[in-house]
Design a protein around this ligand. Sequence first.
Ligand SMILES: [Zn+2]
Ligand SMILES: [Zn+2]
Length: 382
Amino acid sequence: MSNSAVEPVRSINWPASLVFFITGAIALVVAPWYGFTHGYSLATVLCTLFLVAANGMSITAGYHRLWSHRAYESHWLVRLPLLVFGTMAIQNSVLVWSANHRVHHRFCDDNEVDPYSAGRGFWYSHIGWMLRNYPSATPDFNLVKDLERDPMLRFQHQYYLPLVLLTNLGIPVALGLYFGDFWGMLLLAGVTRLVISHHVTFFINSLAHMWGTQPYNDRNSAKDNPVLAFLTYGEGYHNFHHHFLHDYRNAIRWWQWDPTKWFIWALSKIGLTHSLRRTPDVTIQRAVVEMQLRRLGAGAAASADVDISESLARLAAPLRARVQQEVEAFRATLAEWSKVMDLRQQDLAHFRERSKEIVAALREQRRRLAELVAAVPATAAA
Ligand SMILES: [Zn+2]
Ligand SMILES: [Zn+2]
């Protein structure tokens, strides 16, 4: 805890602590022992993999992008399974999860307010915040008034515990009886599945705030990390996500791993999701260039009337001249962009064409700046 000297010891959150401890112990000890002594059937392994993915994607596509951020709209035929498999993931109701998550975005890294502030270290942001009754993790339902209007979400919140038991026991038991591997299914698809699903999600709060790059913004701890993206159905592009939180995508390039985005997009093609929110390319490229200029000490470059010569003084003269040139180029592109914006109402086709040119200019500048950033020793950005 960095903000205050003495943090009172909080009481233990027994329900959460017991769930994590008991399921963790079973997954680490009993499930492997059963595997060695009895073996698991192929059906059990496949059901487990399916449920791990269904739980994970329901948290990312449902709890996170659909409900917390309203990044798209969807048909109830999609919302219902997202809610069922999301409930099965045991991460609290959508209302509680979203209320906490909205605070996490608004007050990111504030140790007093952010429920899983990475400023309090790996353990706290990963799981510690749920093991005791911290005031910052108490949900403020005023933040989810929009979601409270949805009867499906109100129902889930009201009957959360029975629904958790029904999904976590009912689904593995039914599968176990059907495939004739009752105990195997309960241990692997029931308990081990839950533990994997838990920690994969928790990595987004812990590791994705500690390990990776910050192409869009370094004013909070969120990082882009392709390894974590692979484990978390695309959520590892967390620096992008914290900067453009209402975008239905977390990864923007076609080759970056974001199955949650592909899932939402594919459903939009058959009419089951709609109103997918995308950040305009110009806005994204502009953020990258601004971040690069900030690293070079020219963070105020976007404001044409700010003199940045003083903050560039630390650079050697030839480098300083090149950065100054880039600042001028950036300001010229922004001036051009504001003219292009005026076209929007009059001539949409022309507007789109000119927007592409602006994006290309920013991409080109981004490549030039990457060389400069590499040449300048990292010091405090301006
Ligand atoms: Zn975050
Ligand atoms: Zn988020």
